[in-house]
Design a protein around this ligand. Structure first.
Ligand code: ZN
Length: 103
């Protein structure tokens, strides 16, 4: 029977995989010229990465979340996940507010 990896091992391998994917993403961006990067940004800015519809920003207890009202996805900018994980955000129940508002 296969041995289930411990949570720490699993996190370790996921962190390695994440670093590998970050490196690949950096390499891909380096190959694009600034003009191409700007064109991509203009094309995709505030559009849902899953269905392509316009995203709307809603601020819930000082955390800005981008919501797609078409496919119901919720997207976080850099640093917002960290904000949600802080004690302050937990005290304010930001995640349960998200669920109540969009649930
Ligand atoms: Zn969507």
């Amino acid at each position: 029977m296969p041995v289930k990896p411990s949570e720490k091992e699993e996190e370790y391998f996921l962190r390695l995989e994440s670093q590998r994917l970050k490196h690949l993403a950096d390499e891909r961006v380096k190959e694009l010229k600034k003009k191409e990067r700007d064109e991509l940004k203009n094309l995709h800015w505030m559009h849902c990465p899953k269905c392509g519809q316009q995203l709307e920003t809603i601020t819930i207890k000082a955390v800005e979340v981008d919501r797609c009202f078409h496919c119901n996805g919720i997207w976080l900018d850099e640093g917002e996940l960290e904000k949600l994980a802080t004690t302050e955000a937990k005290k304010k129940n930001v995640v349960s507010s998200l669920l109540k508002i969009f649930g």
